[in-house]
Design a protein around this ligand. Structure first.
Ligand SMILES: *[C@@H]1O[C@H](CO)[C@@H](O)[C@H](O)[C@H]1NC(C)=O
Ligand SMILES: *[C@@H]1O[C@H](CO)[C@@H](O)[C@H](O)[C@H]1NC(C)=O
Ligand SMILES: *[C@@H]1O[C@H](CO)[C@@H](O)[C@H](O)[C@H]1NC(C)=O
Ligand SMILES: *[C@@H]1O[C@H](CO)[C@@H](O)[C@H](O)[C@H]1NC(C)=O
Ligand SMILES: [Zn+2]
Length: 423
């Protein structure tokens, strides 16, 4: 320990003498280990601000957002998980279509611009880094977008989705949200149902990362226990430092570490300081605390830019990541720990997810289906096998149990839509 301390003192002395500043160290470190960021909602802003009309903007320089190619490059962001997010009030309506449209816009963005490259594997991430491209990974934010269907999940995988958050701010028929915003699919002591477990198993089989940001702690725990592969929190911070429901308590961090998983720290001020304002010191406190509890090998960064409204002073947009790394360096994080946080931890986790997928190669696609009673969705058309009992249903199909719930949901949705609660 002592000799390491001496080395640190020595090396900082050298730096002062040679004029090699901490800023230079950060630049060199981030050039060698450019950031893999766990969460960005640019696609949501493209819809809200531009109705997904990519032809009308230049992604190098986009106003009214915190993310564009110029700033990603300035921030040494090499891989970005782009969230495909659909509002919860679409759950019983057109969430699947909206999610497809958001995948389309991310795919367009990442194939029409030379600076981007759409990737689907760790191999491709490494390759794109060598080619000096910004790799785009697609993550589906919210299990409501698969409409309780494993075939739909598989088709999302085919389109390039490599990570899915089990919930957003609403419960799904099979998993529970950390948020109590929506009064849907309430249940007790069943935070991950039989079908929910089948979703996790199918994600393991496909090689899709299980993301527990936004789930209730109970669901997170159940999914973590059930998953064969490591899991992540793509954009959550420490509950001990800021007791927001979106953050992760120490006991759950311990479980995450046992599973070799990863927490990618969210920078949104509300989750950092529990207030609307924060600064880099507050953010670094989360990193320090999580490191103290589970070590630097389980930590990453999931900025959540475009998904939230206020970011800490000095971290206003994606070009500012070096300022965070500088703060951690000055808090005596080693370069090796920072290289882990910047990218090696995520690559390790994703590689493990791919390894589990390979192990499961001989397992066929799951045919588990959710029961009609559990989905209770008036929009769901149920195609039945031919009726052999004589009671013919001439249309050969029927709607799921009709309830006035759909309308109620709509009005709750509209009410909440004005509250701007994305995160
Ligand atoms: C980005 O565009 C704005 C106008 O929309 C312009 O003022 C600014 O100079 C541009 N920045 C870069 C780096 O191109
Ligand atoms: C359900 O869970 C709650 C808290 O998690 C617990 O207090 C209660 O005893 C449980 N009930 C049953 C029937 O398991
Ligand atoms: C951040 O704010 C706290 C007060 O909440 C202050 O003590 C600290 O010095 C600030 N840090 C920076 C880097 O401004
Ligand atoms: C970092 O380490 C140096 C040398 O060991 C020490 O003097 C300094 O107080 C430490 N800084 C922090 C923030 O722990
Ligand atoms: Zn989110």
């Amino acid at each position: 320990m002592k000799s390491v301390g001496h080395l640190v003192v020595l090396s900082s002395l050298c730096c002062v003498i040679s004029g090699y500043s901490d800023r230079d160290r950060v630049r060199d470190l981030m050039s060698k280990y450019p950031l893999i960021d766990g969460h960005n909602d640019l696609a949501l802003q493209l819809r809200k601000l531009h109705n997904n009309r990519l032809s009308q903007i230049d992604l190098h320089n986009v106003s009214n957002v915190a993310t564009d190619i110029n700033r990603l490059q300035a921030g040494h962001v090499q891989t970005q998980m782009f969230a495909v997010y659909v509002m919860c009030w679409a759950q019983e309506k057109d969430a699947v279509r909206l999610a497809l449209e958001q995948i389309d816009v991310v795919r367009r963005m990442c194939t029409e611009y030379q600076d981007f490259e759409l990737v689907t594997s760790t191999q491709e991430i490494k390759h794109s880094e060598m080619n000096r491209k910004i790799a785009c990974l697609i993550s589906l934010e919210g299990g409501h977008s698969i409409d309780s269907s494993l075939p739909a999940l598989r088709m999302f995988y085919q389109l390039g989705v490599r990570s899915m958050a089990l919930t957003h701010t609403c419960n799904t028929p099979w998993a529970e949200s950390s948020s109590k915003l929506y009064n849907v699919y309430q249940r007790q002591n069943n935070s991950l149902t039989h079908f929910g477990k089948a979703v996790v198993e199918e994600m393991n089989r496909l090689g899709m990362i299980v993301d527990l940001s936004h789930t209730s702690w109970e669901t997170a725990w159940a999914a973590l226990k059930h998953s064969r592969a490591p899991v992540i929190f793509s954009h959550s911070s420490s509950f001990s430092i800021c007791n927001h429901e979106r953050n992760v308590p120490d006991w759950l961090l311990q479980e995450l570490k046992k599973k070799q998983g990863l927490i990618m720290v969210n920078l949104h001020s509300k989750f950092i300081s529990c207030r609307d304002e924060a600064n880099i010191s507050h953010v670094a406190d989360h990193f320090d605390h999580i490191k103290e509890v589970i070590g630097a090998a389980s930590i990453g960064v999931g900025g959540d830019y475009e998904g939230a409204v206020s970011f800490p002073q000095g971290l206003e947009d994606v070009s500012k990541y070096p300022a965070l790394i500088l703060e951690l360096l000055q808090r005596n994080w080693t370069e090796s720990e920072l290289a882990d946080v910047l990218r090696r931890n995520f690559l390790r986790v994703f590689e493990e997810v791919e390894r589990v997928r390979d192990q499961l190669k001989s397992t066929g696609p799951s045919e588990v289906q959710i029961s009609v009673e559990e989905v209770q969705n008036p929009c769901r058309l149920v195609l039945r096998p031919p009726d052999t009992t004589g009671h013919s249903d001439r249309s050969g199909s029927s709607r799921a149990r009709q309830e006035p719930k759909g309308l109620l949901m709509l009005s709750i949705g509209l009410l909440l839509s004005s509250l701007h609660m994305i995160q």
